[in-house]
Design a protein around this ligand. Structure first.
Ligand code: CP3
Length: 332
């Protein structure tokens, strides 16, 4: 029995399950000790590290689901496109890309990850969530060569050569579909698609490049028995269109009113969210109040999954995170 799986099927009659985006990371003293100067990329490619770090938030914080310790950029391995993670800066992709880079696709390049999934699901403590970056967000990293504030190069391509941009997303989405399906075959209980940067798009472009490719992924993936959660920031203007794709669950950012979300969402669709990740910098009283507000808005919805509205901050005080998990888990 799992609160998390029940909630994904909108059949949870108990307290809501909780897990946090980026739950395996730097706010955890155990993660920092484990990392101990090792490069992030070496951890992402090491089966034992993947398993050990994925289990940390279960062992130490008793989260209701474990998310695979990997990164959205790992999909670039399928095309042998090199990338790196620079300390305090983030992802870096030095190669200048071209559409030809996507001719050679080899799912075997990620065998170590599928084998890690295999190991992780043998431990039946908590359900495992697999994931991928959405085509738009992956393309943004590729085009910018890393994180960006304004995504100028992405916008330049969208407005100067939309055909090439669309083709790039289309090729990436084909790979992402196979990547998600293979994770499902390897045994994950759920999948999440991260379109973290879709909020920089105009309304029309968000429909085309974010929602459009979500629809394609929902329709073309084979393992529909494994629920798919969709996360993007700033999705309020086109929430209805996201819902219409038929995705299994929607993950909501912290700026949205969950009451409105609940009213717009059909009863068979699960809802995940949406505590402000910065709440941990405040007091326990403030945290409780914010959680109570969310729980009130969801009114015991059988498909509600408690989470943050975006990934946890690297310097979130550990004690506050622990307090949150305990507070949710003592709800009736
Ligand atoms: O949620 C989890 O605990 C699972 C693992 C996970 C990571 N990245 C590990 C990671 C997941 C689900 C991701 C997704 C991811 N990666 C996203 C989408 C979610 C989001 O937050 O919007 C994005 C945009 C990335 C790209 C990425 N990876 C960035 C921008 C950075 C650097 C920024 C930062 O936080 O330092 C990373 C590095 C990264 N990926 C870390 C972790 C735990 C940092 C760890 C470290 O430096 O030790």
């Amino acid at each position: 029995m799992s609160h998390f799986i029940d909630a994904l099927h909108c059949q949870n009659k108990l307290r809501p399950p909780i897990w946090l985006m980026r739950q395996a990371g730097r706010y955890m003293p155990d993660y920092m000790a484990y990392k101990n100067g090792k490069s992030l990329l070496s951890l992402f490619r090491d089966k034992k590290a993947i398993v050990d770090i994925t289990e940390m938030p279960i062992t130490h914080l008793n989260m209701d689901a474990k998310i695979l310790f990997s990164d959205i950029l790992i999909v670039l391995d399928l095309f042998s496109i090199p990338y790196d993670f620079v300390d305090k800066i983030g992802p870096r992709i030095s190669k200048v890309w071209s559409l030809n880079d996507f001719d050679h696709f080899d799912l075997k390049k990620l065998d170590f990850l599928f084998e890690s999934i295999d190991l992780l699901v043998q431990n039946k403590n908590k359900p495992l969530i697999g994931f991928a970056g959405a085509p738009f967000t992956i393309a943004s990293y590729l085009i910018e060569g890393g994180s960006s504030r304004e995504y100028k190069k992405v916008k330049q391509l969208i407005y100067s050569d939309p055909k090439t941009f669309y083709k790039l997303l289309d090729m990436l989405s084909d790979a992402i579909i196979q990547f998600l399906d293979k994770q499902a075959e390897s045994g994950v209980s759920a999948l999440q698609l991260f379109d973290s940067w879709a909020n920089i798009l105009s309304y029309e472009d968000a429909l085309l490049y974010s929602v459009g490719f979500l629809r394609k992924i929902v329709e073309q993936r084979r393992h529909k028995e494994v629920p798919l959660i969709f996360f993007s920031k700033g999705s309020a203007p086109y929430l209805e269109q996201i819902i219409q794709t038929g995705v299994s669950a929607i993950s909501i950012d912290w700026q949205q009113d969950l009451m409105r979300v609940r009213k717009l969402t059909p009863s068979h669709m699960a809802i995940q969210g949406n505590l402000d990740p910065s709440i941990f910098y405040g007091t326990k009283e403030g945290l409780k109040k914010a959680v109570d507000t969310i729980l009130d808005k969801m009114q015991g919805h059988p498909g509600f999954i408690f989470n943050l509205g975006h990934g946890i901050m690297p310097d979130a005080p550990y004690e506050m995170v622990k307090f949150l998990v305990e507070y949710i888990q003592c709800q009736k």
